[in-house]
Design a protein around this ligand. Structure first.
Ligand SMILES: Cc1ncc(COP(=O)(O)O)c(C=O)c1O
Length: 359
């Protein structure tokens, strides 16, 4: 079986975990502080607040902005649901945009029509490892804070700037299948020290010092063990992203002439890091998916429904998102992770070709 993802834990990660366990500081500690500094610096930003997941990163970034009932937050209709659920946790209303069908990312034109005086924040998602069109989004947003959902795009760039460093904040996930992992974990990065301090307080029971509770906070901290894994994984991120890019090039070359399939479009100025390699299949996507699975080629549909059409969103969402709907029927992600061999990539290509012969 050629899998869609293979989280790799090497001796360095294992040694780092043992080192931290031997210190006895297992929850928040110096390891977390070091990871925050190193990750923020890598992304070209000043400050980081490490948290328990990507979802908590989005939740706390919104909470630190003071988002609450009566507010609207705009995000894309085509992403993992966690891009939108934190808006609901805070009692605000998610408002969805349609997507650019070439990149699957937030369509800036659609964003224009969604801004109202109640819009408190905009959350573009850098889906599959490719930056949304930040230049246009930031221009349209004007002084509305833009919070970048970078859960799938560690190290991706837009006009040579790293994702997460262009808006008010960037929120990352370190789930095991992501381009780098801490087991579970997340981070908010920002240039705004006060904003990051507010997130640090909120993640830790609203405390500024022990038992000095200034806010009604949560326990959404990152453990020292996770941070230790993250620090090692960060040193390998560039190398692993390059391996993803190389695999994507091989898939591009192999699949470019296959009828009925469109290989991923990379917007000029973007540095794509291929969290996913997502093709568009114009006919019988599910048939191709089933055929590949039968032949031992992992593949996945990210995502089979739009966020607004999920039952969880039924009460709040209105509107239609035709290009996102189309993407739910056409998008198919193929294996691209850094541990694949050239032979495995060739097998993916050959099997897709074989399947398409029968269409
Ligand atoms: C686009 C996007 N946003 C947010 C999240 C949430 O991250 P986590 O699973 O770490 O909570 C994910 C995770 O899959 C994601 O893909």
């Amino acid at each position: 079986m050629i899998n869609m993802a293979r989280p790799v834990m090497e001796k360095e990660e294992i040694d780092a975990v043992i080192r931290v366990m031997e210190t006895g500081i297992l929850a928040h500690g110096p390891e977390v502080v070091a990871f925050e500094e190193e990750f923020a610096r890598y992304c070209g930003s000043k400050y980081g607040a490490a948290v328990s997941s990507g979802t908590s990163a989005i939740h706390l970034a919104l909470a630190a902005l003071g988002v609450g009932p009566g507010d609207e937050v705009i995000t894309t209709s085509f992403s993992f649901i966690a891009s939108a659920t934190p808006i609901l946790f805070l009692g605000a209303k998610p408002v969805f945009t349609d997507i650019d069908p070439r990149t699957f990312n937030m369509d800036p034109e659609s964003l224009k029509g969604k801004i109202t005086e109640r819009t408190k924040a905009i959350i573009p998602v850098h889906l599959y490892g490719q930056s949304a069109n930040m230049k246009r989004i930031l221009k349209i947003a004007s002084d509305i804070p833009v919070l970048e959902d970078c859960a799938q795009a560690h190290g991706a760039t837009h006009d040579d700037e790293k994702v997460g460093s262009m808006g008010k904040a960037g929120m990352f996930s370190f789930y095991p299948t992501k381009n780098m992992t801490t087991g579970e974990g997340g981070m908010v990065i920002s240039e705004d020290e006060e904003f990051i301090e507010s997130i640090r307080m909120l993640r830790n029971h609203g405390q500024s010092a022990r038992y000095d509770h200034h806010k009604v906070g949560y326990n959404l901290r990152m453990t020292s063990i996770s941070a230790a894994i993250g620090r090692v994984q960060l040193t390998k991120l560039e190398k692993r992203n390059l391996a993803r890019i190389k695999n994507a090039r091989l898939l591009d070359e192999g699949l470019e002439d296959v009828e009925g399939i469109l290989t991923p479009y990379v917007e000029p100025g973007n540095g794509h890091v291929y969290h996913q390699y997502t093709i568009k299949v114009d006919q019988d996507r599910d048939g191709l998916s089933g055929f590949l699975a039968e032949k031992g080629i992992g593949n996945k549909v990210f995502y089979p429904t739009t966020i607004p059409s999920s039952p969880a969103m039924k009460k709040v969402s209105t509107g239609t998102y035709p290009r996102a709907e189309e993407a739910t029927k056409q998008a198919l992600s193929l294996p691209v992770h850094p541990s694949l061999s050239e032979d495995e990539i060739a097998k993916v290509v050959d099997t897709v070709k074989l399947a398409r012969k029968g269409v």
